[in-house]
Structures are given as C-alpha cells and as structure tokens.
Design a protein around this ligand. Structure first.
Ligand SMILES: Nc1ncnc2c1ncn2[C@@H]1O[C@H](COP(=O)(O)OP(=O)(O)O)[C@@H](O)[C@H]1O
Ligand SMILES: [Mg+2]
Length: 437
C-alpha cells in the first residue's frame, strides 16, 4: 500500500485535500497557481489558491517544514509580525509511488510585497533607508522576545506600506531559534552582522542589475541597519540613573518609548542604599502602542504608523469639535462614522485592491496637505477625495493579491508607458503586474 498523505494544519480547511499534492510543485496546473511577486529563495515557493484565499507553498524536507511550522506558531503567540502558518503536508508520493518533498503552507500576507516589487525601476536611497529601518525594528522586536533569526535579509522579509514608512514581517523562519531565557549580546550582534552582510549583498545585486539609483552606496545602506538597531535597542533596554529628586525622568522614559510605539509592561526601579540615586530599566516592552489605542477606540486594526496618523486626525477632530463629551470613545465613534468611513466608502469598488483602507486614508490626508499648500487655502475633504481618486489612486497598481484567472488567460489593461515588474529571478513564476508609476 502507498504511504498516506499526512496533513498537519492550524485551521481545518477541506480545500487542503483538493490541492494536487501528488504532483511536484513545479508542475502544478495553472488553475491552482496564483501569480504574485516573490522574493529570492533557496526552495521552490509558489502561490496557490486555497478555497479562495492565497497561500504560499514551499517544498522542503519534512523535518524543515515541521520545524518552521512550529516556529511560526511560537512567533505568532509572541505577537511578532510574521506570516501565518497554515499546514505541513508530508508523505507525498507521485502517481508512480515515488516520494515527493514535504510542503509548508503559509497564508499570503495581504498587501505585502517582497522588497524587489516595492519599486519599479531603481531603488532610491530614501526607500532603501525606510526598508532598512523597518527591518531594524523587526529585528529588535524578534530579539526582544528571544528569537535568533540566523538568516536576516531583505528576501526573508515582507513589507507592507505603513503611512509613508514600511512595516516588516518575517517570512522565513527556517533558521530561527527561540531562546526563552533571552539572547546573549553575542547572539544579537552576530544576527545583526548577518543582516548587514546579507543586505549589502542584496543591494549590490540590485546595483549589478542596474536597479539601484546611480551613485548610491550599497554598503552605507547596509550599515544603516546597524545604527538603527543599536539606537532602538538602547531606547528599549538601556538602564538610566538619576538623582532621587528627578523622578519626572521616569515619566519621560515612558513617554519616549510610547512615541517610538512601545508600551512598558514592567519597569525595574532601584535606589542606592542612601536613597539618592534611582536606577530604572524597562524589563518588558510591547510594540504596538498606537495600534492598541486605535483598536480600543475604533476597532480598527492597522499598522503602527498608520495608527499614529489616524489618531492624530482623530485628536484634531476632537479639538475642532464643539461637543463636550467626557468620553474619548464618543469622539472616536463620531470620527469613525463621519470622517474615516465615508473616505473609505468613497473609493470605487474596482480600486479597492490597490491599497489598504488605512493607507488610503493616510494618502488622502497627505493629498489634502499638498492641495492646500498649492492653493494657499484649506480644501474640503470631498474635493480632495475626488482629486486623490482620479489623479493618484487610479494610477497605482493593485497591491492586495491578484487571484486567478489562470496565468495564460490573464488579461491586463494596456496602459501607455506600462512597465512590468522585473522578474529576472523568477523564471518559474509568472508576474502579471504592470506598474503605472
Ligand atoms: N506567506 C507568504 N506570503 C507572501 N510571500 C511569501 C510567503 N511565503 C513565502 N513568500 C515569498 O516566497 C519567498 C521565499 O520564501 P522563503 O520562506 O524565504 O523560502 P526559502 O526558505 O527557500 O528561502 C519570500 O521571499 C516571499 O517573497
Ligand atoms: Mg528565504
């Protein structure tokens, strides 16, 4: 008898049985395959349609797939940004009964992009810096929970737009190790050094392909992760000492961390025996300070910088309001229904896959600022919206996911000056995007 197919899954989806596991991934019929840009990889990774959602399928050894599956589960419990695990498929055999590799299935992260798909022709230094800053923050968050990555790189990270910045998600946990007791400084610095080396290689690779803006120094960009990491790590963990009559410095430290997007769960405080000097050190910090406040007030679950932006707008709305409510929640509800939701609803249906609602809202606010500057007066939101939809949003590519039709029959609207997303590394995968930037 043939070996049975074994599926370990975090969610029960009968659709998993409907995927062609007895066919090597490289030969899956196009009706199962979804064309999306992806980063460089060692293994074969392809996107597939699972019951109407997109999943990434990676062929690897059973041992590696299980290990990565477990690791992604632990990281999700620790609340660090990473892709969601779906299943491990093991015991695959082809029609002749020969063994096929195991597969790790993860959910495609909506609106995320590999770094090479984030820009059209050349990577500009400001975009590179934003990518590196996002990766530095992710690395600090991972190290903070005791995760040693072992293969930090731009290719092992996915990026989502976050109000002018990027939010980074871990995509490849294969080499990772979780140390519950925390990482030693040596482990952290080793990981950081790997990050620097890998990023330098990835940027040089872009330069060699003519995809880096002329004159930009790849090594300087890669060095950027080291300084960004150290300053964040120090802000999160450094011990401070001050005299006992300067206790306001405790509040100041908390506020500084909040501004960086962190909340303190635990702070250790100690005084010298004579009571004249106080030492403080944050012990447990959680990212997502603004995210949590926005969720509490409005139920909107967005990235950290988007949350910051939306909260600023909400605070301004409250300041302008003539109402005198005691509860912040009441203003929040009014802002949500009278400001945020009307903007999101005004986006024509066919343009909704272009950007996430919170990112659209952020861009509308930016657009209002530009228009108002240009006209020397404040422009009503309705007018800003029309101009934004027609002059900006309509000309962007879709960044959610592109679901079927099968690649051969994809029809792409022809747009003058359209450039395909470069896919020189992905011979096996079909990139259907046309970029209008
Ligand atoms: N869940 C996912 N969502 C979006 N993209 C993904 C996902 N899983 C993998 N990818 C894409 O596939 C690429 C390769 O995946 P990765 O796990 O790094 O493979 P490898 O272990 O072979 O390096 C990534 O760079 C990413 O672009
Ligand atoms: Mg990888």
């Amino acid at each position: 008898m043939q070996d049975a197919l074994r599926i370990t899954a975090s969610t029960v989806d009968p659709g998993l049985l409907g995927l062609p596991w007895s066919v090597p991934l490289g030969k899956w019929p196009s009706e199962h395959i979804v064309s999306l840009p992806k980063g460089l990889s060692r293994h074969l990774v392809r996107f597939a349609d699972l019951s109407g959602r997109v999943v990434a399928v990676k062929e690897t050894t059973a041992e590696m797939a299980k290990r990565e599956y477990e690791m992604l589960g632990s990281l999700a419990r620790l609340d660090v940004p990473c892709v969601d695990r779906v299943a491990v498929i093991d015991g695959r055999t082809d029609s002749a009964g020969d063994a096929l590799p195991a597969a790790l299935v993860t959910s495609h992260l909506r609106f995320s992009m590999p770094y090479r798909a984030l820009f059209t022709r050349v990577l500009r230094p400001d975009t590179a810096t934003r990518l590196v800053d996002a990766l530095a923050l992710l690395l600090v968050r991972l190290h903070n929970v005791g995760f040693y990555w072992g293969d930090v790189s731009l290719s092992n990270t996915l990026f989502r737009r976050d109000a002018g910045a990027f939010a980074a998600y871990l995509v490849d946990a294969e080499t990772g190790e979780l140390h519950e007791e925390g990482l030693t400084e040596g482990q952290r610095l080793y990981d950081l050094d790997l990050a620097r080396t890998n990023i330098a290689g990835e940027i040089m690779d872009l330069a060699a392909g003519g995809r880096l803006e002329h004159g930009v120094d790849a090594v300087a960009i890669a060095d950027g992760i080291v300084s960004a990491y150290h300053s964040l790590w120090a802000a999160l963990t450094a011990e401070e000492s001050f005299s006992a009559n300067e206790t306001w410095r405790i509040t100041e430290r908390v506020e500084r961390l909040n501004a960086l997007g962190f909340d303190i769960d635990e702070m250790s405080m100690a005084t010298t025996t004579d009571g004249t000097v106080v030492h403080i050190q944050p012990k447990v910090v959680d990212a997502g300070h603004h995210q949590r406040r926005l969720i509490r007030l409005t139920g909107l679950d967005v990235e950290e910088n988007q949350a910051r932006r939306l909260l600023n707008d909400l605070d301004e709305f409250r300041a302008r309001s003539t109402k005198e409510w005691a509860d912040e929640e009441m203003y929040a509800h009014e802002w949500l229904t009278r400001v945020f939701e009307p903007v999101v609803r005004a986006i024509p249906y066919e343009l909704r896959a272009k950007l996430e609602p919170a990112e659209v809202f952020h861009q509308v606010l930016e657009h209002r600022w530009y228009l108002s500057q240009g006209h020397g007066r404040s422009i009503p939101l309705a007018e800003v919206l029309t101009s934004y939809i027609n002059d900006v949003l309509r000309h962007r590519r879709d960044e959610a996911t592109i679901m079927g039709p099968p690649t051969e029959t994809v029809s792409i609207p022809v747009v003058t000056g359209a450039v395909p997303v470069p896919d020189e590394d992905d011979e096996d995968d079909e990139v259907d995007w046309r970029d209008l930037v």
